[in-house]
Design a protein around this ligand. Structure first.
Ligand SMILES: C[S@@+](CC[C@H](N)C(=O)[O-])C[C@H]1O[C@@H](n2cnc3c(N)ncnc32)[C@H](O)[C@@H]1O
Length: 278
């Protein structure tokens, strides 16, 4: 197989038929809804993978994916997914955790929280900070942090962040989050890291989870799914919440008719599962 040079390959566009195959693969495997308008962006992201794998062109590359190259599927989801995140993003959810949700759980044991679609870890680390503030250092608080993209999970697990990830944070938040820092590198405190179990999990495949959660965060993930996939996801989360448990979703996401899945709205993009059968 001939390896193309960057210059040769950058002149070849992704055909409509090839883009449709990519749309199909992204949809059936990860629920991602890729729109036609994103074709140039996706072509730019995947071009690097075509070159790295020594594929002849996009078609050859798609054939490799369709043949089930598991290793390349990891790179494919990494190239397609949008991983934007931030510490304490959508701050109102963390305020609600601190002022309403966690204080009510103080008398409970084995508290379980799920950050689904955690990207590079800023969301679960922010949750852990609030948990430590309210519950103190208890060893029965577990945060499950999952993502489909193995590359972001590796970064999340390292717990090392650059100045650009943290410079907007208050001095107090920096103290709460990091134990060692230089001018350019910040390392998350061990007590927070120990609360979190990072695992790979694809939300549109069966979930290998057998526990119930007090709180679930799934923010800015379902926005990339179509409506019926979103509805299945919300119902799945309701099924995994303890009675009275909370679900937080992203700012541009909504659950229509939450009562159909035993949930009620309790704040901005915040829902609570019914405490008992109605
Ligand atoms: C924009 S980030 C959201 C990060 C964080 N929840 C937040 O709101 O800041 C979306 C994440 O969803 C993940 N994702 C996309 N499709 C997924 C799927 N089918 N299963 C699990 N995670 C998925 C992506 O890999 C990405 O890290």
């Amino acid at each position: 197989m001939t390896l193309l040079s960057k210059a040769d390959f950058s002149n070849r566009d992704m055909s409509g038929a090839c883009f449709q195959k990519i749309v199909h693969l992204a949809k059936i495997n990860w629920g991602l809804n890729l729109e036609e308008g994103k074709r140039p962006l996706i072509a730019a992201r995947l071009r690097k993978r075509v070159l790295a794998t020594g594929s002849r062109d996009f078609s050859d590359y798609v054939q490799r994916l369709s043949n089930g190259d598991i290793n390349e599927c990891d790179h494919f989801i990494s190239a397609l997914s949008t991983n934007v995140t931030q510490f304490f993003r959508e701050f109102h959810h963390f305020e609600m955790l601190e002022k309403a949700v966690f204080p009510k759980l103080k008398g409970s044991r084995n508290i379980k929280i799920w950050s689904a679609g955690c990207s590079t870890g800023q969301e679960p680390y922010s949750i852990a900070t609030v948990a430590e503030k309210i519950f103190g250092r208890r060893n029965d608080i577990q945060i499950l942090a999952t993502d489909a993209d193995p590359a972001v999970l590796r970064l999340a697990q390292n717990g090392r962040f650059d100045i650009t990830d943290v410079d907007f944070l208050s001095v107090q938040h920096k103290r709460d989050l990091f134990e060692v820092y230089s001018k350019s590198e910040f390392f998350v405190r061990d007590t927070l890291r120990n609360m979190i179990d990072f695992r790979r999990l694809n939300l549109v495949q069966p979930w290998p989870i057998n526990c119930m959660f007090d709180v679930i965060f799934c923010r800015n993930v379902a926005i990339y799914f179509d409506k019926s996939t979103q509805d299945k996801l919300w119902a799945g989360f309701s099924g995994r919440l303890k009675p009275g448990g909370y679900l937080f979703i992203g700012h541009s996401e909504r659950i229509n008719f939450p009562e159909n899945i035993k949930m009620e709205p309790v704040g901005i993009t915040s829902y609570k599962k019914f405490s008992s059968e109605r």
